[in-house]
Design a binder for this molecule. Structure first.
Ligand code: PLP
Length: 412
């Protein structure tokens, strides 16, 4: 894919109120969208309109504004289903985010379906939210975890795939939040299915940045978070094939997820509602729909091309800085729009603090992916991540500030 985007970034930036701020007396350069994205006025307005005009609970009221809220909430579900090309809105479960979605699969599917010594396959490039839930249930049930290693260049080492057998579920990241690596997820799904296992995709860093078609991928589950794709915090999605949702027992019990409750037994609501116990994040779902509308207004191919262009430029400029080491594949077409790096022996936190003084927001630390850092042999990295509102000038400001840091910290 060529890195030339037809995207009017200046116009986009006007939609984001936060860019009128200058917390350090300098125009804000926000390079931490992989942690959470900024929100356009359209999303903020949709949430505000809900609270100001039809705030009420969903699925239970029989008065007009509650019907309006229910329609908006369910319309959001249909909109998101179309966005990822699910067969139906019945395959979309609203959750808090990727973490909750993956926990739902671990607890509601794996914990109940697997038996002692069954294997779960993961990769070494997972975020903690795709490791720890599996460890929790493995400990409880006596399951075994296996990991596909990563190569030195930050790509997944699929050369030994043939040696993995007898696992029941394979859960893997679409695009790494540290290395940027975009995995060949279609191949990984096919591999899981060829072994009779289910394929779970952590798409937290993919759905916000590229066109995703769950039918084409043929994955069984796919998880993502609204707040990383211009939407509100506290709302996310678990996509699941409907037959799996039908055969799964609920994750949480409570109001709304039931059809009938008696003192000693209950019957569940239809899918996906049987997985949405209690009052959901109504405003969040409505805001997420507005975010999806916004992203599709830009066009997901344009989003991706813009990020390739920014990543290419950032890689070129950063590589000129003495002591710079970027982790993951250097080809911007093979990675998502983020760069994790070290600069000489400057600690990532010192570097991020230095950049903050220049008005530049980056993430520093292990980015909830300690095993990747152990594999890379570094305790922490600094990460710059890009989105639709970032400009080439932002990248220049980052590169200038890093050059300055290299001088101040005396990196040769
Ligand atoms: N998976 C990946 C690859 C991520 O980057 C993140 C968040 O950074 C998560 C999962 C967890 O997402 P959330 O904190 O929104 O649940």
């Amino acid at each position: 894919m060529e890195g030339q985007a037809s995207l009017d970034v200046q116009k986009i930036r006007e939609d984001f109120p936060i860019f009128s701020r200058a917390p350090r007396g300098k125009p804000l350069v926000y390079l931490d969208s992989a942690a959470t994205s900024q929100k356009p006025r359209q999303v903020i307005e949709a949430v505000k309109r809900f609270y100001e005009e039809y705030n009420s609970n969903v699925h239970r009221g029989i008065y007009s504004i509650s019907i309006e809220a229910t329609e908006a909430y369910e319309e959001a579900r249909r909109r998101i289903a179309r966005f990822i090309n699910a067969r139906s809105h019945r395959e979309i479960v609203f959750v808090r985010g990727t973490t909750e979605a993956l926990n739902l699969v671990a607890y509601a599917w794996a914990l109940r379906k697997l038996k002692k010594d069954d294997k779960i396959l993961l990769t070494e490039m997972e975020h903690h939210s795709n490791i720890v839930p599996w460890q929790l249930i493995a400990r409880e049930k006596g399951l075994k975890l296996e990991y596909i290693p990563i190569r030195g260049d930050g790509t997944l080492d699929t050369s030994g795939l043939d040696s993995y057998h007898d696992f029941r579920i394979f859960s893997f990241v679409y695009s790494s939040n540290v290395l940027g690596t975009i995995n060949d997820v279609k191949q990984l799904v096919r591999f899981a299915h060829s072994r009779g296992a289910l394929a779970v995709i952590d798409a937290a860093q993919a759905v916000p940045h590229m066109k995703i078609d769950v039918q084409e991928l043929d994955c069984d589950f796919l998880a993502f978070s609204g707040h990383k794709m211009l939407g509100p915090t506290g709302i996310g999605v678990l996509y699941a094939k409907r037959e799996l949702l039908e055969e799964m027992e609920p994750f949480m019990g409570g109001g709304e997820m039931i059809r009938e409750v008696h003192l000693h037994e209950s019957r569940w609501n239809d899918v996906p509602w049987k997985f949405e116990a209690g009052t959901p994040n109504i405003a969040g779902a409505i805001g997420l729909k507005a975010a999806v509308d916004y992203l599709e207004g830009i066009g997901m191919d344009n989003v991706r091309m813009h990020e390739i262009s920014l990543t290419r430029y950032a890689t070129e400029l950063l590589m000129e800085i003495p002591g710079m080491r970027i982790y993951g594949p250097l080809n911007p077409e093979k990675r998502s729009g983020l760069l994790a790096f070290t600069l000489g022996d400057i600690h990532a936190h010192d570097l991020a603090t230095f950049l903050d003084e220049e008005g530049i927001c980056v993430r520093a630390g292990h980015h909830c992916a300690m095993p990747i850092h152990t594999r890379l042999g570094v305790p922490a990295t600094t990460r710059a991540s890009f989105y639709v509102y970032n400009t080439h000038e932002d990248i220049e400001r980052l590169a200038e500030a890093l050059k300055k840091a290299a001088q101040v910290f005396k990196i040769v």
